[in-house]
Structure formats: C-alpha cells, structure tokens
Design a protein around this ligand. Sequence first.
Ligand SMILES: [Zn+2]
Length: 239
Amino acid sequence: MPVIDEDFIFAELDHLRAHVKIAVNKRAKRLALRLDSKDRKIRFTIPPRYPIKKARLFLLQNESWVLGNIDKLPPLIPLTHGQIIPVFGHDRRINISYDITLKRTDITLNKNEIIIKTNKDDPTPRLVRFLKKEAEKELTRLTKEKAAQIDKTVAAVQVRDTKSRWGSCGHDSKISFSWRLIFAPHTVLDYVVAHEVAHLQHMDHSRAFWACCKSLCEDYTYGKSWLHENGNELMRYDA
Ligand SMILES: [Zn+2]
C-alpha cells in the first residue's frame, strides 16, 4: 500500500491532525470523510495513487465539517477526583487523596468508591493500569469458567485497548478483550466472553455458534444489543 505524505496533507492544517485518520484504501474510488464515533475520529479515505494536492485541498474545503463533527461528539469523561464511573456495572466515585510521604500509589475498589492514596500529581495512568488489571482478572476468570463448560481450554487471555472489536478469538485459542468492557454492565462482559468462548467451538457465526453462545450466556441478546447501542460510551472514558 503506498504511503501518504501526511505532513504534506496536514501542512497548515495541523489542528486537524489529532482528529483525522488517513486511510489509503485500494477499493476506494473517491475521497471520503466519515465520522467514526467509536474511534472519536474522522476517517479520511484516499484511493491509492490519488493526487495528494487534490486530497489536501479536499480536506481544506471540509475543515469546518471535520471540526463541527468532532465538536458534536459527547465529551470525554476524565478519570479524576470526584468523577463517578461505572465499574462492573456499579457506579463508583473516584476518591483521590494526596500524601507526599507515601512511597507508592495504593488503589482499592470498594462498593461505592475507588480509593486512591498517592504521592503523584496525576495518578490517572496508575488508575488506568489498575482498571486494566481488574478487567483482565474478571475476564480471565469468566473465560476459563465458560471454556470448561464446553470442555475447551483457552491458550491465553489478554486485554487490550482495541477500537474496532470488543473481543476476538484466534485459531491458536488465544482470546483478547477490550479492557473498556470494565465500564459495561456485568451481563455485557458475560455475553462478550460467551461469544469468544463459543468461537473455540465454532469459528463462524452459524446457528450452531449462536446456540453455543446462548448455552454459555442465557441473556446474550441483551449484551449484544447493549453494545450495539451503547458501545461508543465505553470509549468516552479518558484513558
Ligand atoms: Zn464472533
């Protein structure tokens, strides 16, 4: 795939760089701009070998459309003191106390709060690491439990910050999930795990696959439609 000179495209349009993702697509016949609300970016599709000056001009002409659409996105939710965030389906308030004498950041999750005791000015990266770890623990537990129900073993469970999929299952029996599922109701996690575990049995979306998925998660249609309707919300947490 030919490489696009992004510096040329964004010359004097540097303020658009953070919001626009350039995608050279060999099947594309013309230039196109599309809002990807999950990625919170505008996707700029360019056909291969398209004249770069024309592509740049097109972006210039659509500058206000790009900024307008980015502006209309629901704002990011900061993971800062006082913010209430759902963790495994329960709202919890982030409670940060700063103490310079502390040697390390200590984070505990209780029923209504995430308590952070820290010596750091900005403990958000620590909190994100903590949440990823919690997501990984719970997703791993559920995955092993469901795999055992159908006499399968999973080679590895990983969490990632994927933008396009909530979960995936490889031919090597390795399963990955988006850590952002931690912000979804627990029944939704349960569905995503059931879906990926069912792929250990059926590598397609056949009727047999959905029957297997249902046997692992009775409420799978709820999780499926919840993600369809609310999935973008999970991308709003600023991490
Ligand atoms: Zn699938």
